[in-house]
Design a protein around this ligand. Sequence first.
Ligand code: ADP
Ligand code: ADP
Length: 228
Amino acid sequence: MIEMQDVWKTYPNGTHALRGVSVQIDRNEFVYVVGPSGAGKSTFMKLIYREEVPTKGQISVNGFNIGRLKPRKIPYVRRNIGVIFQDFRLLPKLTAYENVAFALEVIEAPKKVIKKRVMEVLDLVGLKNKANRDPSQLSGGEQQRVAIARAIVNNPSVIIADEPTGNLDPETSWGIMQLLDEINFRGTTIVMATHNKDIVNSMRKRVIAIEHGHIVRDEQRGEYGYDF
Ligand code: ADP
Ligand code: ADP
C-alpha cells in the first residue's frame, strides 16, 4: 500500500535528507520508524502524506504515484491518510467536537452524518463526555486523543504518527499506544516515528531504522536498538 523506490529528498539548501530509500509497507502493518535526530524520519513521513515531494524516485500510496499527483487529486489522497503530531496541532478556538468535525465539513458531509460520525470517533477515543471542551481545558493525553479522533474520522487507510507520545508522560503514552494498536487492529495501517525505547521494545512491531538518510535496519518484531 506504501511503496518507495530509490527515493531521494534534497532540500533547497542542499541537505540530503533521504538518500535512496526503497521500502514496502503492506496493508494493516504497524511500523515504527526509529533513528537519531536529523536522520530523515520526519522527511520519510512527510513524503508519505505529501507534505514534501521526492527529488528523485517514486512513492506510491494506495496505488497513486504521489510524487506526480495532479493537483486536483491531492485532497483525495490526503483524505485517505490521517496524520498525528507530537504537539497535537488542534485548533485552539474550536471545541474537541469542532476540531474533529472540521475534517468532515471540508468534504461537505451532511450535518447529521457529521454529528453521528464525530460522536462515534470521540467515543472510540474515550472523550464523548468532553466533546464541548476547548483544547486548553484538556490534558495533553486528551488533546492527543482528539487529534487521533480527527485523524481517523474520514476512515483513512493509513495513519502517520510523528512522535505521538513525545510530549506525554509514560502512563499517558501507554494509553495512546493502546488506542493506536486498537485502530491498527480494526484495519488501519500505522507508520509511527518514535524515540520511545520502552514502547518499541514492549509492543513488538516492524522496526525500520533510518540513519543519515538511509534505511539501515528493517526487522519484523524488531527492537529499538539505540541508547537514546
Ligand atoms: P528526523 O525526523 O530524523 O530528525 P528530518 O527528516 O527532520 O530528520 O531531517 C533530516 C535532515 O534534513 C536534517 O539534516 C534536517 O536538518 C534537514 N531538514 C529537514 N527539513 C528541512 C528543510 N525544510 N529544509 C532544509 N533542511 C531540512
Ligand atoms: P463496523 O465494522 O461495523 O464499522 P467496528 O467495530 O469496526 O464496526 O467499528 C465501530 C465504529 O468505529 C464504526 O463506526 C467505524 O466506522 C469506526 N471505526 C472502526 N475502525 C476504525 C478506524 N480504523 N478508524 C476510524 N474509525 C474506525
